[in-house]
Design a binder for this molecule. Structure first.
Ligand code: PLP
Ligand code: LYS
Length: 444
């Protein structure tokens, strides 16, 4: 397993992250456990901020909180001077409860409800990324009732298909997200926005997909967005002050994944923006981006305890762990691949090939196929790397499995940032109707 960030093998032969021996973390917090390397999260934040500062442009780096949204993470994002992208009332609520400055919050989503819009207008967030005309008019009405003028970007689909999994590529024309640049819908939306008294149109937003390794897609998107901006200026006399190029920068999950350094993505984007706007004699607008995965993805490691195993001679050996698709649905959803190691015997040679099964009642609940490990025994600790993004965030209670705790580790200290769910949490929203026999609830 590739060792990301502060991960090392210590002299006890154990995987250590953020100065904490993972076997001690297991003894203290139990498994499954998400372990987040705080120093690596902060390093990634700084890589983005430093690269943009070096460009000399005005910018905002908005962490896409959908990747991993908890209050402690919002604190880090604020401390690092970044903005925050939310896509639901739940994410907005989390950010506001964490004391995140509302003016640095951007609200996304293709179907913001009237309640979500009202909540965000009341909070006076910095910007709405408007997805469609229905939303535009709803937002104008709500802002009017509340006597406010709200900043918006229009989400446009530039017709660029990023090289990524079909389910996570979003910039193409046939997408549930955004207004098409080519078929006139984005243009029409701008004309309508200009007539609306409570809407301040700042610019355009484009997001072409996720887990992208090259810069060509971004450059193509910039090219299309800038051409469109120039047409809008020439025909409607509107000059945009912001262009948001979304997120999607890839990370290394397994050998063969070849992400560019953060600075290279940023440099490619900023150079392309500067060059393209210059071509049109257009004042360079502020550049915003929204990285999620590349801020937190490789900072996360999930620790599991090995339970049962079985060898099907001539077929494969299944090794089952105490989590699975409920804490990491990505293999089942996207066929995503992961690396792993035995955290308690990290210095031992690999001796067998096994497949890691989750514990959910679902044949598709397989975390890793054909993984080389030392001979695995019940009670071993399996560490799966790169689980910081879209794991806790997409976790479920399928089979009423309790969601794991999350700890941040740094300089030998471990702090719980999300507690392990309790049995009481599991039934906390259940209601037994009066016409049924009432039972007294026990806790724990
Ligand atoms: C609009 C938008 N912005 C940002 C992101 C974050 O993407 P990533 O985590 O790949 O950086 C996404 C998710 O793909 C998104 O849909
Ligand atoms: N949830 C996806 C990517 C997010 C797409 C968001 N637009 C993943 O786990 O890779």
């Amino acid at each position: 397993m590739y060792l990301h960030g502060t991960s090392t093998i210590n002299d006890r032969g154990h995987l250590q992250i953020g100065g904490c021996d993972t076997t001690d973390l297991v003894a203290q917090f139990g498994t499954p456990l998400y372990v987040m390397d705080e120093a690596l999260i902060r390093q990634r934040c700084r890589e983005y901020m430093d690269a943009f500062r070096a460009s000399g442009l005005k910018f905002q780096v908005a962490y896409a909180s959908k990747a991993f949204c908890v209050m402690a993470m919002c604190r880090i994002v604020e401390e690092e001077g970044m903005s925050l992208d939310v896509v639901s009332d739940g994410e907005l609520y989390t950010a506001l409860q964490a004391g995140f400055p509302a003016e640095r919050i951007h609200f996304h989503g293709n179907n913001k409800t009237p309640h979500e819009i009202a909540m965000a207008v009341d909070a006076r967030i910095g910007c709405f990324v408007v997805d469609n005309l229905v939303e535009l008019h709803m937002l104008n009405a709500v802002a009017g009732e509340k006597r406010q003028k709200v900043n918006i970007l229009f989400r446009v689909t530039p017709g660029v298909e990023a090289h990524t999994h079909e389910y996570i590529s979003t910039g193409q024309t046939d997408s549930k997200f955004g207004l098409d640049l080519d078929n006139g819908s984005a243009y029409q939306a701008i004309r309508e926005a200009l007539e609306l008294p409570n809407i301040q149109l700042l610019g355009l937003h484009s997001h072409i997909g996720s887990q992208i390794f090259e810069v060509e897609g971004f450059k193509l998107a910039v090219d299309k967005v800038v051409n469109f901006a120039a047409k809008v200026r020439d025909e409607l006399n509107v000059v945009f002050s912001v262009v948001n190029l979304g997120g999607g920068f890839g990370i290394r999950y397994v050998e063969g994944d070849a992400p560019l350094p953060v600075a290279s993505y940023v440099q490619a984007i900023t150079e392309s923006v500067i060059g393209n706007f210059k071509k049109h004699n257009y004042p360079t607008p502020e550049i915003w981006v929204e990285p999620g995965r590349s801020i937190v993805g490789d900072a996360g490691t999930t620790l599991y305890t090995v339970g049962t195993y079985k060898d099907i001679p001539g077929v494969r050996k299944y090794v089952a762990v105490d989590g699975g698709m409920t804490d990491n649905p990505r293999p089942a959803l996207y066929n995503s691949v992961y690396e792993a190691m035995l955290a308690n015997r990290a210095d031992e040679p690999e001796q067998e090939v096994v497949s890691i099964a989750g514990k959910a009642c679902e044949s598709g609940d397989m975390l890793i196929w054909d993984l080389k490990l030392p001979e695995v025994r019940t009670g071993d600790v399996l560490a799966v790397s790169c689980t910081g993004a879209y794991n806790y965030a997409m976790a479920s209670n399928y089979n009423r499995i309790r969601r794991p705790a999350v700890v941040f580790v740094k300089d030998g200290e471990a702090d719980v940032v999300v507690q392990r769910e309790s049995y009481e949490n599991i039934i906390s929203n259940d209601v037994v109707p009066n016409r049924m026999k009432q039972v007294s609830r026990t806790t724990k």
